[in-house]
Design a binder for this molecule. Structure first.
Ligand code: SAM
Ligand code: SF4
Ligand code: F3S
Length: 468
């Protein structure tokens, strides 16, 4: 079913352009070059949003700086996925009272996923009076207007629409020159029972394929070599557009663009990962042979309680098919330990699945209750210590597997992107993101090379470049 999405109109965007001019003129009248600091928490989606906000700030005449001290604007782009992430934000936010006192006129803007929770907005209103503006992710495109009002008036602003939108054509200041993110869709419809993301990021909305193709082509033309397509569940790309273009189609379109580059994507939900997707990945050398496919739990009762919509058997079948098509596929995943009511026996199924699949890397989390999600209200008789013990076992298991897989690279030949220099060595990354140290000419930075892996340490591989 097509879901209506608010597309920010060209007129509304042009109005923000006018506010950009006004902010620039305001600073010119002060005879000052303003400085901006953005503190980004959470996932790549937030990194991409911060790059857009920085793009807008640069257009308004700001210069970027790497620390809060002395900045004319501090933007805190927050993550709400686990309690620990929120605590860190509140701790750092408290410390900014002093920073602000030392720099009269400093503006503090609070945005990201925490700003999408009413409970957080209320707390900031009451207990953090030094925050000048709270804007949820959905309001970031209005940054120029909010900043202008903040500079020219003293009132605090709280702009937290809960309806998602798509704003095309905003400036982007990307951090790197070789690797970059492209959001292909926003929001999530899945409502996994533990997860806050659908509440703070809104419903799934896909960008038009031609807008994505244009952005990726521009990146390739300006020298980007490693492009990651972002979405909470990229495999449901296009369902809301009704154009008959799914994620595999989009991936194929992008992989057919001319140039020497590699495409990656994250995250893939197993319920929507299709054989067509794996066939497409296998068919193009421009698509990295890596998939991040979170399984979350190995037990079917727990998966059902999480509302994940697949069984461990279905998941294993996907992995089998993917590896049949791509024998060297790098597979990574997320897993949650201690979902409410998960028993020791049920946790054993998670360990079993990890042993069976043998992931290259695993991101492991202890369940963190998020207010407003169904799982936060579920009975949970297990203690923190019990969960920690399970977590430690899982980590031990995965560390052993990661190490074994890491050692198994020795002797293989891989295509890597040379991405920098570290002392006398060149650094490069494999399809799966592993660091390889090489000897070679610094002029090779930014090129793809075939390398033979000659050795390994705990965290990196060493290799030598093959003669062309
Ligand atoms: N959309 C992606 C997916 O479905 O896999 C990932 C989204 S989430 C930002 C990243 C990971 O955080 C999830 O895969 C999950 O393992 C973990 N996570 C989400 N909510 C959590 C919670 N309440 N407690 C612990 N871990 C959580
Ligand atoms: Fe959260 Fe599930 Fe959506 Fe991922 S798919 S963002 S875990 S609700
Ligand atoms: Fe965190 Fe929001 Fe990403 S909750 S993990 S920053 S989508």
């Amino acid at each position: 079913m097509a879901v209506s999405t608010e597309i920010i109109s060209p007129e509304a965007l042009a109005q923000q352009g006018e506010y950009m001019d006004r902010v620039r003129a305001w600073w010119a009248s002060q005879g000052v070059t303003p400085r901006a600091y953005i503190d980004t928490y959470g996932c790549q989606q937030n990194e991409a949003d911060s790059e857009r906000m920085l793009g807008m700030l640069l257009e308004m005449g700001y210069q970027a700086q790497e620390e809060p001290e002395g900045a004319d604007i501090i933007i805190i782009n927050t993550c709400a996925v686990r309690e620990h992430a929120e605590q860190r934000v509140f701790g750092n936010l408290g410390a900014l009272t002093h920073t602000k006192r030392r720099h009269g006129g400093q503006k503090i803007f609070f945005t990201g996923c925490m700003a999408g929770q009413q409970i957080v907005v209320d707390r900031i209103r009451k207990s953090y009076p030094h925050v000048d503006c709270v804007l949820s992710s959905h309001a970031q495109w209005q940054l120029p207007e909010l900043l202008y009002h903040s500079l020219t008036g003293s009132k605090r602003q709280f702009v937290t629409p809960d309806k998602g939108n798509i704003a095309e054509g905003l400036p982007v200041a990307r951090k790197g020159q070789l690797k970059g993110w492209v959001s292909i869709m926003y929001g999530c419809n899945n409502f996994c029972t533990y997860c806050i993301v659908p509440y703070v990021r809104g419903r799934e909305r896909s960008r038009q394929p031609e807008d994505i193709v244009r952005e990726v082509r521009e990146m390739i033309d300006s020298g980007f070599k490693d492009i990651t397509l972002l979405g909470q569940n990229v495999n449901s790309y296009g369902k809301d557009l009704g154009l008959g273009v799914d994620f595999a189609d989009l991936l194929r379109m992008l992989s057919e663009l001319p140039g020497d580059f590699v495409l990656r994507f994250m995250t893939s939900h197993p319920k929507d990962a299709s054989k067509k997707l794996f066939d497409t990945m296998a068919s193009s050398p421009k698509i990295a042979k890596h998939i991040h496919l979170p399984f979350q739990a190995g037990n079917d009762r727990v998966l059902k309680a999480m509302n994940r919509s697949y069984t461990s058997g279905q998941y294993l079948e996907l992995v089998r098919y993917a590896r049949e098509k791509m024998p060297d596929l790098v597979l990574t995943s997320d897993v949650i330990v201690g979902f409410p009511g998960e028993t020791d026996e049920e946790f054993e199924d998670t360990l079993k699945l990890v042993e069976q699949v043998r992931y290259d890397a695993l991101f492991t989390f202890i369940f963190s209750p998020r207010t407003g999600t169904p799982a936060a209200k579920m009975d949970d008789p297990f203690t923190k210590a019990q969960k920690q013990a399970r977590f430690d076992r899982l980590l031990e298991t995965q560390n052993r597997i990661s190490q074994e897989k890491h050692s198994a690279y020795v002797g293989k030949t891989l295509r890597v992107l040379v991405d920098g220099q570290d002392g006398e060595f060149l650094t490069a990354r494999t399809d799966g993101g592993r660091l390889v140290r090489l000897e070679g000419d610094p002029a090779l930075v930014g090129t793809f090379q075939n390398v033979t892996i000659t050795g390994n340490t705990t965290w990196s591989l060493t290799g030598s470049i093959e003669e062309a």
